[in-house]
Ligand binder design. Structure first.
Ligand SMILES: [Zn+2]
Length: 245
């Protein structure tokens, strides 16, 4: 087992179970005795299996360049991943990702965490349908559906290829989604922001998503209620492919 893995595991066990502080060698804990007492009254076997699983999941070594990408689930485990392109349940009926992992540009990820925190006050969370999409997947998508009304031509590159776009909706903490009038990737007038014949509930839900996203730097596009572009930074398209187990 590599040393950095052991270190990460200890850090997360410490943070996750005991809430204690990590310290560097030249700054010893201010109250070592109190910390030792706290540790001695928390036997290891009271840790719920689920909790331990969560800690181990977080202790998995980071396998991507954190200066370029942030994996959303590491910021907040309440994000619900429902990445449609990691399944065949999408508008091209093909699985395009080997496994569901959601990455964004670090700035966009931080902004989305703020959206998430704001919605959490209302006991909501965000369900993510698509995040960063590698350029080669954009190319594959284009080969299946070479129609610019549905797929951004790879020559131009989508904001998803830059890690600056996200497809999402609002959900309850149990995973039930709020009514938005159409499913994700419904291409037609009913999916547009400008469609005015939805029920007041649908309109209010869309407005909540749009206003909360806008507050944190995300712009909507007219034709897809689920798609948002982060406007705070710019960068070129990328083709980082993530690892799967
Ligand atoms: Zn999108």
């Amino acid at each position: 087992m590599p040393n950095n893995y052991i270190f990460l595991l200890s850090v997360f066990l410490c943070l996750g179970i005991f809430g204690c502080q990590t310290t560097t060698t030249d700054t010893p804990p201010s109250d070592t005795k109190q910390e030792a007492d706290t540790l001695s009254i928390v036997p290891m076997d009271i840790i719920a299996v689920e909790e331990a699983d969560e800690i181990l999941k977080k202790a998995t070594p980071i396998d991507y360049d954190t200066t370029q990408w942030t994996e959303l689930i590491r910021l907040d485990e309440n994000f619900i991943l429902n990445l449609k392109y990691a399944t065949e349940d999408n508008f091209v009926d093909r699985q395009l990702y080997d496994c569901p992992r959601c990455f964004l540009h670090p700035e966009a990820a931080k902004a989305l965490l703020n959206v998430q925190r704001e919605l959490a006050k209302m006991d909501y969370t965000l369900m993510l349908f698509d995040c960063y999409r590698p350029w080669s997947v954009q190319q594959a998508l284009w080969e299946i559906m070479p129609n610019p009304s549905y797929v951004t031509p790879p020559k131009r590159g989508s904001m998803h290829n830059r890690g600056l776009a996200v497809d999402l909706t609002i959900a309850h903490l149990n995973g039930d989604t709020l009514e938005m009038g159409t499913p994700f990737d419904y291409f037609g007038p009913r999916g547009h922001h400008t469609y005015t014949h939805h029920t007041p509930t649908v309109q209010a839900n869309r407005a909540l998503l749009k206003s909360t996203m806008a507050k944190h730097g995300f712009a909507s596009i007219r034709t897809e209620w689920w798609h948002y572009n982060y406007r705070g930074v710019r960068r070129k398209t990328a083709d980082m492919r993530w690892e799967c187990d």
